[in-house]
Design a protein. Structure first.
Lengths: 115, 184
């Protein structure tokens, strides 16, 4: 175990750290876009109208994904990720809390159709 | 900011868990239960307070247990690692409840063993990695920069766990959208 930690201490420099962070950051941000889009689609169907502001905010976060790959330093990377994921979180939170009842009713209707 | 994200994850977990209960009740022909702060929500709140408390005294705990001289560097990374480990645990719990909803909607029962595995294995791994890293760093005489690298590597494990759980949620989300399209 000591050898592993020694290897990490000598090898895990800022460059590999940032590179691995970028790859993981881009991956989870893209998956988040899919998750939030699914929830917004569900919300739209539950309310009977499209939540345009939230879709626009989600589109903005999707546009920021390529920037994650080229943003220069560790601090800038963290701030951009915080902004993008924070916005996606806010959309998700807003939707699942404000429209929980309408969405639960829609799920119940879907369940009755699949039974 | 980290605590705000943790709170947001807990709120989402609360709503998703309620959604899973609704789906289960409705599938058995009963009305959906009202949204309320129940015993589970209180337990989640207690865990949140415990994590926040740990963050505030991580430095003293680390120094007392491992008798190291790393000070603030160790405190900062242990706090951040604890926060990230908590996010991943919560995301895992959300993924399990989403799977439950997905199972009800598609007429399949899901076993609850995943929740137990997640509740034991992930925190155990997180504590073990960070404790071993601190002990090993002290034994081998690492400086602050080397300790930081070893502790930062834990975030990669968190990233893998986070991506895996998000993939589960995204897959269920897409299945739900397909179900919605088919129902029209």
């Amino acid at each position: 175990m000591d050898a592993f930690f020694r290897w990490l201490a000598d090898w895990y420099l800022p460059d590999p750290y940032l590179c691995a962070g970028r790859i993981q950051g881009i991956t989870w941000t893209l998956i988040d876009v899919v998750i939030v889009a699914s929830v917004l689609r569900l919300s739209g169907a539950a309310r009977g109208r499209v939540p345009r502001v939230r879709w626009a905010l989600l589109a903005l976060t999707a546009l920021a994904v390529p920037v994650i790959a080229i943003v220069p330093g560790e601090r800038e990377f963290f701030l951009l990720e915080a902004g993008v994921c924070g916005t996606q979180f806010a959309i998700l939170l807003w939707t699942v809390i404000a429209e929980r009842v309408a969405m639960a009713e829609l799920l119940a209707r879907l369940r009755h159709r699949t039974m | 900011m980290g605590l705000a994200w943790l709170g947001a994850e807990m709120a989402i977990l609360g709503v998703v868990r309620w959604g899973a209960r609704c789906a289960a009740e409705v599938s058995e022909g009963r009305p959906a239960p009202p949204f309320a702060v129940d015993a589970f929500a209180r337990r989640v709140g207690a865990v949140f307070l415990a994590v926040a408390g740990f963050m505030f005294c991580a430095n003293s705990i680390g120094d007392a247990l491992f008798r190291t001289q790393f000070g603030f560097e160790m405190f900062f990374h242990l706090v951040w690692n604890a926060m990230c480990a908590a996010w991943v645990g919560l995301e895992g719990a959300i993924a399990l409840y989403v799977l439950e909803i997905d199972g009800v909607l598609h007429g399949r029962a899901r076993a609850g063993r995943g929740r137990l595995w997640l509740a034991i294995a992930w925190p155990a791994f997180a504590i073990l990695y960070n404790a071993l890293a601190c002990v090993s760093a002290a034994r081998q005489g690492f400086d602050d920069v080397q300790l930081a690298r070893v502790l930062q590597f834990f975030l990669r494990f968190c990233g893998i766990g986070w991506i895996a759980f998000e993939l589960v949620v995204a897959r269920s989300g897409l299945r739900l959208v397909r179900l919605l399209a088919g129902a029209k």
